[in-house]
Design a protein around this ligand. Sequence first.
Ligand code: ADP
Ligand code: MG
Length: 644
Amino acid sequence: MSALITLENVTRVYGSGAAEVRALDGVNLTVNAGEFVAIVGQSGSGKSTLMNILGCLDRPTSGAYHVRGTDVSNLSPDQLAGLRRETFGFVFQRYNLLATASAAENVEIPAIYAGLDRTARQSRALDLLDKLGIGDRGHHKPNELSGGQQQRVAVARALMNDAEIILADEPTGALDSGSSEELLRLLEDMHAAGRTIILITHDQSVAKRAKRVVEIKDGRIVSDSGATTSAEERAPYERVSGENSLWMQFLEAVKMAFRSLHANLFRTSLTLLGVVIGVSAVVAMLAIGEGSQKQVVSSIETMGANLLFVRPGAPGTRMRGNAIATLTVEDAEYLEELDNVIAAVPGRTSRETLRAGEVDYQTTVEGATPDWVVAKNWPMAHGTFYSEEDETRRAAVVVLGATVAESLFGDQASAVGQYLFIGSTPFEVGGVLAAKGATAWGQDMDDIALVPLSTGMMRIFGRNYLNSITIAVEDAKKIGETEAAAEALLLTRHGGVLDFNLRNTASILESVQETQNAFSMLLGSVAAISLIVGGIGVMNIMLVSVSERTREIGVRMATGARHSDIMMQFNTEALVVGGLGGLLGVLIGLGVSIALGASGMSIAITPTPAILAFSSALAIGLIFGFMPARKAARLDPVIALASE
Ligand code: ADP
Ligand code: MG
């Protein structure tokens, strides 16, 4: 058998040295279950200090405090929170309601931490408000209620978890006499219903309503009218609690997060903006990077993955126009004999002016053997490519790229069979190549005219050397071996001098991809930096939020929130900012990408960057929200409650 609560020689000392204040100085007090005790004393006598210790919001400097025989000093912070949640209901002088939540939602808060499920919680809250005569006010915000109504909401909140002990610190202090009277009657009703009431007041007329009056002065009890009930064990109190899942609590925290973000809409939008810019930048930049890479790769692939290019001049030296005379038609003939080679096409190019009637057009004229069309795997749009016979006869035929045909003859089809002049030689147009479009570098592949190599050498280029040999291989997988063989062959033919260079499309592709990757990395890191800046904005706003809502945190702790609950509350808020910013950012980023795509830029929209950016925004919310959340969770409940 034990008393409900006992204080043994409890002291509470604030400060130290000259600034030391003994707010409580050797207090001994026993309260039994079912009592209605008023603790009276003048302002500064230590009443609130006593209540904070009774309510497990604060710990004594020395002495012992037992609740139902349990020494409170042995309890962990979470166990203390549990005690606050299940055993005590607080009513404060200043009501301490959350301004952004409705009356009913304020009442529900202790039950959230007790794990009661949503529907049970809501119906119980409305029930309580009903019993307290303000059932019709459940959906109003605190600022839409009178002081007396707000205090009733606070009482309902204290009753929510069916607390055994109601601790009321000057509950009538801010009420007019009518509302005071109503509140006192409420407390009397609660006492009659079996609750233990500890009422703190400096008002003797209020104190008279209690069954027992304890007077405190300068931190000491100076009079006590004595216990009114015995320490007999009463039937165990029924607890209101449930097995609410973490998920439910998280959803509750998300709801609260939206509330508080909504309460500061302008500030929230600015913070969001930071994240949104970062995320949309990541999404758009990566779409651009990916898009240009795809385009480059595909246009290189249209060149054919099975080609080897031999050019005159040692590797690394710049080709100086026609000056290097190292590759010969004979070289090409030998190369064609190699294994795995379909064709080795000798080529010679130069810029020439083509004339048809009155129209002049300057283009690249390439002299090449008829194998060219095989090696390049380039289909014809109209007419035919010149033949081996044309090559041997040195026939004056020309095959035009689509652009050239259109420029000279208006349209491609009518070009076939017509004549044009290159220099003073008339050529007959034998055919028009199918259009291929631009290369990765923006060069028009269709801006070309082809003539038999023999004709070109004789009529156009003048001398007998080449500026390219294009080798088409049969099996692209063995292109490396063929390349080595070609190099060895050419080296022998050139007396061991490396006066040519050999490249294959795969290696070109590789180097292009390398530059593209570096480009993407650069874009990505610029975007990542802006995300981090956004994250710092989140942290900043969360820190402001914590210091603005210190009292709210105090109230939550008083109603039984654990450290982890407070952590979760603020972490969730940061997560919501991150998630919301991420979502908006992804949408805007995709919108920008689509718009850029529509305006002709090559864009590749893939899910990866969006997922990446969204999860980074979430991660940033978590990381940058952690510090503010921890700061909130570590607040001392007493100090938090006392803050303005
Ligand atoms: P009451 O509620 O009876 O007005 P309090 O318990 O609030 O009195 O305060 C008792 C004494 O302790 C007062 O002298 C007050 O100035 C002092 N006190 C209360 N809280 C603090 C604190 N956090 N730091 C320093 N002194 C405090
Ligand atoms: Mg006080």
